[in-house]
Design a protein around this ligand. Structure first.
Ligand code: NDP
Ligand code: 2IT
Length: 449
């Protein structure tokens, strides 16, 4: 390995010994940058990589809140403001009990590269809390969001840092967060959060954007390999925001989606998933996916019992992990390849373990990497910010068409970079290289900061 790269990797490991997810994300990027680093001998002198892997700022704070029984709880809030090279910090908020500094940093780090690929003026950040929204009442969610924002507000702003949703944070949470921000600032700064409801400044098609964008990217990738989604069997993990709209668009392109999941298990419906029912269970009732069987008695439910998600044992041409990090283990990758999978589309962030990704690439399975393939969500967030600044809104069709073009451009950037640096067809490396080149250019232009 290139000596400079190797040293930065070792130093990063030393400095962040407990942060497995963060180190995994950094390692993947640094390893794929080797040909670029070899070609630029001034990167080391100017510490380009060291500056790339050190967040500009990490904020953690106490979030006390009271449940409906009067019991007080304390959670930890985070905002990692990783890079403002290309614009205000931008990235989602995750509410999930597994949230810790390592997960926040890996997500923030990946966000910098993803946002660079969109071609839009947004830096990279991420935040959230180890709060578990499952089983909480609306009032509990509101009180938690208000307490969270009462600390976060001083660190964000429409030209400073613009959070949005992620796991456990959707339009309901964004609404409560926005209400509290507006109340504290005594000003209507619409662009301070994205993923808002349409009625107070949200963008049409933002809800659909990550899932739709994933399928647009998949369409482009398959096209480049003389293939398409038409008639393909698809399995999807998760049944949240990304999974639902990936399913919807895949079906529109003539694919048959036969499985979806949640953290408890997966459903397999060989006749094709009834997406209206999934939306009813997940978006309206906030229920468990097992409920699917109440209307489809011949569908199967398989419970999750260990780290290998059962959804990946179902035979399919295309697999779309849309739940969480490291949800595709090496075991699962082997099973998918054995079952003849041709392409993986990462709707979630870092859903494949390093070993799984390596296994797919070695077996000529196309991998649409998260930083590129799920960038449609944040790209549409940036379009929401523009609409807020213009005090004007686009139609659904206008936003979808911009999103489509952005995903086409992102695929082209990944493909060109992989062709140019001798790793044709490896879009994981292509995405990292294409994004890094933009960031390095901005870093050089802005001096030592
Ligand atoms: P949601 O909260 O809407 O849905 C998450 C889904 O994944 C649920 O079905 C959930 O099941 C499942 N899930 C979450 N954590 C785990 C876990 N630890 N083990 C098993 N299943 C799990 O989130 P999103 O759809 O918004 O996000 C999904 C993924 O996509 C995340 O990786 C996120 O970072 C990424 N992403 C999201 C974007 C967006 O715009 N929302 C943009 C780009 C990427 P359960 O309900 O049982 O917990
Ligand atoms: O991971 C992601 O890109 C998101 N959760 C969306 C971020 C955003 O700012 O829309």
């Amino acid at each position: 390995m290139n000596k400079y790269l190797e040293r930065v990797l070792i130093d990063t490991e030393k400095k962040n010994p407990q942060e497995a997810e963060y180190l995994q994300a950094v390692k993947e990027v640094l390893e794929s940058l080797e040909p670029v680093i070899d070609a630029h001998d001034d990167y080391e002198k100017n510490a380009f990589l060291e500056r790339m892997v050190e967040p500009e700022r990490i904020i953690t704070f106490r979030v006390p809140w009271m449940d409906d029984n009067g019991q007080v709880h304390v959670n930890r809030g985070y905002r990692v403001q990783f890079s403002s090279l290309l614009g205000p910090y931008k990235g989602g908020l995750r509410f999930h009990p597994s949230v810790n500094q390592s997960i926040m940093k890996f997500l923030g780090f990946e966000q910098i590269f993803k946002n660079a690929l969109t071609g839009l003026p947004i830096g990279g950040g991420k935040g959230g809390s180890d709060f578990n929204p499952k089983g909480k009442s609306d009032n509990e969610i509101m009180r938690f969001c208000q307490s969270f924002m009462t600390e976060l507000y001083r660190h964000i702003g429409q030209d400073v840092d613009v959070p949005a949703g992620d796991i456990g944070v959707g339009a309901r949470e964004i609404g409560y967060l926005f209400g509290q921000y507006k109340r504290i600032r005594d000003a209507f700064e619409g662009g301070v959060l994205t993923g808002k409801e349409i009625v107070y400044g949200g963008s049409l098609a933002r809800k659909e954007a990550t899932g739709y964008g994933l399928i647009f990217f998949m369409r482009e990738m398959l096209k480049a390999h003389q293939n398409s989604l038409q008639g393909k069997t698809v399995i999807i993990s998760g049944s949240g925001n990304v999974a639902i709209y990936a399913c919807e668009k895949a079906m529109e392109y003539g694919a048959k989606v036969v499985a979806m999941s949640d953290s408890n298990g997966c459903i397999y419906d060989k006749n094709g998933i009834d997406l209206d029912l999934i939306k009813q269970i997940k978006e309206v009732e906030r229920g468990r996916i097992k409920e699917y069987l109440r209307e489809h008695k011949d569908a199967q439910y398989i419970e999750t019992t260990n780290e290998d998600f059962p959804v990946w044992t179902i035979k399919a041409d295309i697999a779309l992990p849309c739940a969480t990090q490291n949800e595709v283990t090496l075991n699962s990758a082997k099973k998918l390849v054995e079952n003849g999978v041709i392409a993986i589309g990462e709707g979630a962030n870092m859903p494949c373990t390093a070993e799984a990704t390596e296994y797919f690439l070695k077996h000529n399975v196309l991998v649409a990497p998260a930083k590129a393939a799920n960038a449609g969500g944040v790209a549409t967030s940036a379009i929401e910010m523009s609409q807020n600044s213009m005090r004007f809104s686009y139609t659904f069709e206008e936003v979808e068409s911009k999103l489509n073009q952005i995903m086409i451009n992102i695929f082209e950037s990944c493909k060109n970079a992989s062709d140019k640096y001798g790793c044709s067809g490896n879009y994981v490396a292509g995405a990292n290289i294409a994004a890094f080149q933009k960031l390095a250019k901005a870093m050089r232009a802005q001096g030592i900061v």
